[in-house]
Design a protein around this ligand. Sequence first.
Ligand SMILES: [Zn+2]
Length: 489
Amino acid sequence: MAAASIRLFNTMTMQKETLVPAVPGKLGVYVCGPTVYSYIHIGNARTFTSFDVVVRYLRYRGFDVKYVRNYTDVDDKIIKAAQETGEQPVELAARFVKLFQEDARALHLREPDVSPKVSDHLAEIISIIQKLVEKGVAYESQGDVYFSVRRYPEYAKLSKRNLDDLCAGERVQPGEQKHEPLDFALWKAAKPGEPAWDSPWGKGRPGWHIECSAMSARYLGETFDIHGGALDLIFPHHENEIAQSEAASGKTFARYWMHCGFLDLEGAKMSKSLGNVVRLRDALEKVDAEALRFFFLSTHYRHPLGFTDKGLADAEQRMEYFYETLRKVDERVGGKDFGKGALHGEPGKFLTEFESQMDDDFNTAGALGALSGLFALMNELTDKPPVKDKALVGRTLQALREDVRKVSAVLGLFEDEPAQWLLRRRDRAVKERGIDVARVEQLLQARADARKAKNFAEADRVRDELKGLGVEIMDTAGGTVWKVAAPSA
Ligand SMILES: [Zn+2]
């Protein structure tokens, strides 16, 4: 593939920049992963889907990507949750890592190359903290270790905040051992009943931010290409990562910063702490995984996205249209040989447009628009071909189908067999609408019998009766299929 020119919006410079890897052809990508104390909510799912597609596309464009996404398995929230369930914090975290992996698979997220856990990287974490203490940018205070924000003049360069503004109104809270309100914990002295590890400062555990500095350096080096996460991680988490890493190494930490916008739940900011919890797992019981991905991808990753029932229903209907088209095309041309020769029109233009949209800061919304044109042409060529040459039409349909496969590998859509996807969708709709499947099948048989007997009036009457039950039938090359009709608006 020709060298791609991908432009991405870098939160550090607040500009779209051409992506130039530090090492030609290779890219290191680090994304802040889940804190495993509960099921992931649907806002996290949007973030992880966005970066899943970013990584898939970078690979599609020929980059050799190393994708690292961590698990935060040592954290106050985990300790608190474990106190409630009576588990050990480590056990609870391990349980939710497994549940996260199940959810991630269900959402067609590809497994990162490395998924490191904090509890496996204490040596790396302690070594960075030691370096920071030696350099005088961190200090020990009664068994805690803090990063001294005043000793790192570039602090808050990602969020472009002013240090004095940040200090205003901040106070050292009772029980904190820090010298200045903005200083943040790198290491916390052990409290009774909490998981603790040995360190030069006594028993304790790492603060939250240091883990990403330690694990990204371990797997991607002190400087790497792309760091991603949700928008709400910019401050303080990513600022603190930058401060720790750059103060320790003296080098640039991440070369490009990418941040994914919020998912609004009917206008409310998605956040576990605010209580607006919609678990991904619950959502996937109501909506198809690919339809959920389609819904996420239909808005640019940096923009806010409103989570509504209607938005999801529309996405599912759109996916049904895509899969019905693919079923039809597969029945028509799948596995057939139409010989070599010309194609009708310019079928390749849709993939070219898809790529140019994705090259422009991973504009999945525009990319899906290109896909609409592709599917419209597929439908035209199967339903009302504008030319008589069947081989020409067949070859063109096969070329378009092949482009759908390429797009599928990038977006994580259309990864199913069309017939199976449509059947699953129908089963769910049947349940929701309380349709009597045995009765439907009886009527389908009655219609088939009537048609065989050339009693077309009766066949039409049965079709209407089915319609009254909310069932729509289609006579395809592979026989009669039925689906649950879209609810009338
Ligand atoms: Zn992080």
